[in-house]
Write a protein that binds this ligand. Structure first.
Ligand SMILES: [Zn+2]
Length: 279
């Protein structure tokens, strides 16, 4: 059985990463770091969803137009990459307003269906955010990380396949909910949930293991890959960070694009809205 998986790119600058944020230099690399990804997607005739940070769009309107014209989905990754946990409702609305007005300017329309919170920063503490997304016309969210392995994010016990998300408890399904959720889909093995399909996990795990593990997930459901342009870009600035942050931020950058291409070769992918059948 061939399963159509969802491919997402969080389009942000290297300095938006939570572990290096606050560095003084803010050299923009988004356009050059995204180009090889776009070329690979063209080469493998694959469409993806780009969750874009509004301020990156503001500085790179041509890049956004090019992504859109190539047939990829444009989703929202907030305006300024602030963690949703650190916002109150009016601030989140402000972020979305700014995001939508810049997209209106660049694309002439702002029919944005999908949202991903920076650092998967939606859980039951700020479940009110789901109602805000729905008010803005979003049809799906992709911010739920259904396991706890990272000190910053993750929710134990949330579903691991797409579901209509309850506004009362993000771990629950509600058939009446206006919002679909596409959570990260971990590998389940020996009673454990192991994240393998994005970010550091994708960079760190051997290709053969990724192939085996993702194939195993595909026996019963699609998975969702997430990737950042800075993760596959050789010139991403490297800072002297504490050991843990350094490993999480920089490990495997030089081989990440090769792995990304390997996935495109071995699995089938489409935009998140297509996999969810939201067109
Ligand atoms: Zn991000």
């Amino acid at each position: 059985m061939i399963v159509m998986n969802a491919l997402s790119i969080d389009l942000e600058e290297w300095y938006h990463s939570e572990l290096v944020e606050g560095r003084r230099s803010r050299t923009s690399q988004a356009a050059e770091a995204t180009k090889p990804i776009l070329d690979l997607l063209d080469q493998y005739q694959t469409k993806a969803s780009f969750f874009v940070v509004g301020e990156v769009a503001e500085q790179n309107p041509d890049l956004i137009q090019s992504i859109f014209q190539r047939g990829h989905e444009i989703g929202c990754h907030t305006f300024s990459h602030k963690l949703v946990w650190n916002l109150d409702e009016s601030h989140l609305r402000g972020e979305l307003d700014r995001f939508h007005s810049i997209m209106q300017k660049i694309l002439g329309k702002a029919n944005i269906k999908g949202f991903r919170a920076p650092c998967f920063s939606i859980d039951n503490r700020n479940k009110w955010a789901l109602k805000v997304l729905s008010d803005f016309g979003y049809q799906y969210d992709a911010s739920i990380f259904p396991l706890k392995i990272n000190p910053l994010y993750g929710i134990r016990g949330a579903p691991t396949r797409p579901y209509r998300i309850s506004f009362e408890d993000v771990r629950k399904e509600d058939p009446q909910s206006p919002l679909m959720e596409f959570p990260l889909c971990p590998l389940k093995i020996a009673g454990l949930r192991i994240p393998i399909s994005g970010g550091f996990y994708l960079r760190a795990l051997p290709q053969s293991f990724l192939h085996w593990g993702l194939g195993r997930i595909n026996r019963s459901q699609p998975f969702l890959v997430y990737f950042h342009p800075w993760e596959g870009y050789e010139k991403t600035p490297r800072f002297k960070l504490p050991f843990y942050n350094r490993v999480i931020s920089y490990y495997g950058i030089s081989s990440a694009l090769k792995k990304f291409e390997f996935l495109l070769r071995r699995f089938r992918f489409a935009r998140v809205d297509e996999v969810l059948d939201l067109r």
